[in-house]
Design a binder for this molecule. Sequence first.
Ligand code: XIL
Length: 387
Amino acid sequence: MAVIIKLQVLLQRGVLMLARRGVLKGLMGSAMLMPGALGTAKLDAAWPLPRSANLFSDGAALRYGSAVRASDLGEGSQLARLVQANCDLITPEIDMKWDVLQPSPNGWNFAPADNIVDFAQRHGLSVRGHTLLWEQSTPRWLIDRIDARPDWSLIESFFRTVIGRYDHHVCEWDVVNEPIDTEHGHRGIRRNVFQRAFGNHYISRSLREARRLAPHARLVINDYSLEYQNPVDQARRRAFLMLLERLIVEGVPLDVVGIQAHLDLSKGDIAARELTGFLQEIGAMGLEATITELDVKEAIFSEPIPLRDRRVADHVRHFLDVVLAEPAVRGVVTWGLSDKDSWLADDFGKGQGAPLNRGLPFDSAMQPKPAHWEIHRALLAHKVREA
Ligand code: XIL
């Protein structure tokens, strides 16, 4: 053990020395030669990612976007400019969740979600509706009510209100978020408040409800931990496919599988073969896939920033090369654009001067990082292949 730790320390020191001598520049690859990656580019000089074009033979478009919070998206703000330059769809990161929309039974709070949808409308962007049912964003008052008496009309009226208000501008709805649980679940289905009250059928029931209210939007089940080789991810991919198969056999309306893709450098390489197989099965069922919450957890803060950024970029690029090779994948959304606004900042950025996780395409000064260019290249490469 002591030997391993010593080796790690030596390795780290070696990397630092190399960095000081400028040797790392050579290791960082061509992305570092691009203007923005050197940190000298002005915001407006960031190359926009390709806006939707007819990339697929069936005329559908590959879409790219980011999660945003209404509070960060003031007109003319840096984030607003970045979103306009780079995205063709946006996901409300928190503002369309049930606990934000309806903090109390009679108290609705539509303003933040309205602002996001208005912004999208003004700038010609589509919106992913995120998310109708997610235990973690279910208000406490509702959990108590449903636990006391399973009453589907509560779900139905929430769907009616929210879909009714936003559907005109929502291209796809995350109807059920994070239903898979292979460790404590029932047939791979998470035992959450909805499952407790209505059984596993809450999933098909909510999809049917959503289809009735949103006949033209694409309906999504969205989940996490599907990208790596470890036993948990393997089991989750299997459980997800079983759920999808059951739904298809029952004729339940479902269009898209949401793959969150909260990547994590500590989990090793992307399970390329398994992930490809997973996406091909999804395609074979007649479903599409959207990468819905892409970011990278990287927390080796003692390493030089250029090296960390390179690792994140390479990981993202590898992931995108794997998933974009599959025609089922029709969209890529990052979970925020800049590290400063990342939800991972909540985990890692606590306290004055604490280092930020650098897992998004732009740094805290809104400058593009290697990951941005790799996303850009991956989308372009895909476009060339599919066109
Ligand atoms: C997260 C947001 O980023 C946080 O700001 C919020 O506090 C909690 O939710 N999976 C999801 C997202 O589907 O809705 C979550 O977003 C991240 C995990």
